[in-house]
Write a protein that binds this ligand. Sequence first.
Ligand code: ZN
Length: 241
Amino acid sequence: MKYGIISDIHSNLEALEAVLEALAERGVERYVCCGDIVGYGADPVACLERVRALGCPVVMGNHDAAVAGRTGTEDFNQNARRAVEWTRERLPQEWLDYLASLPLTAEVGPFHVVHATLNCPGEWRYLMTTYEAKINLDIMTLPLCVFGHSHVPILFRRAEGQISFGSEVEFTLEEGVQYLVNVGSVGQPRDGDPRAAAAVFDEESGRFELLRVPYDIDTARVKIVSAGLPPALAARLVTGD
Ligand code: ZN
C-alpha cells in the first residue's frame, strides 16, 4: 500500500490539485488528511469536495473546528479570525456539519493521525520540542504518527530510548523505532519554501518521503485578494513563511 499524507490545505485549491496530481503520479492508493482543510484561502467548498472525494480518514484541525463553531477563535490572530468568519459565511450547512463531524484522531494502517498533538488533540498545542515529542511517543501504539498544525515539516525519531529530530523528513522505517512526523502544509507553507508540502509512505519498502510541489501561487494569491480576505494571507504564500 502506498499512502499519500496531506495536511493544512487551508482552502488553497491550486496547491491541493497540484499535490493530488503529484501523489497520484507516484502511485498513491490511499490518502490520509491531518486536518485544516479550510481557513485562510479562497476555495473552501472546492477543497472540501476534493478531500471528501478521496474517501480517506480526515481529522479535525483548529480552523475546521473554528469554522464549525466547535472551538473559539480567541487564540487566532486577526487575519485568521477574519478568514474563519469569511469561510463560515460561505459554507452551506452540509459542509459545516461535515467539519463538525470530523474526529480529533484516527488510526489507519501504521499511522496515528492527528492535527496538533496526540496527548491533547483538542487543545491545539504546537508540537515543536523533544519534551512534547516524548509525551506523544509514549502513548503511540503504532510506529508512526503523522500530524500538521505548525506548517513546518519536522521529524522526531525515537530509537533505543533516544529522541532525535530534524527538518529532513525522509527515512526508511526500522523495526522498533518510532516516528512522529509533521508533514508540513499543502496550502500555506511556513518553512521558507513556498512550494506545497505532502508526504508519501510506501508500506512495502518502508520508505517515507516528503515532497515539495510547485503550484500556481499567483492564481491562489489573486483569488484571496479578490475575495476580500486579508492581503497578508496572499503575500505569505509567495514567501512561504
Ligand atoms: Zn493550519
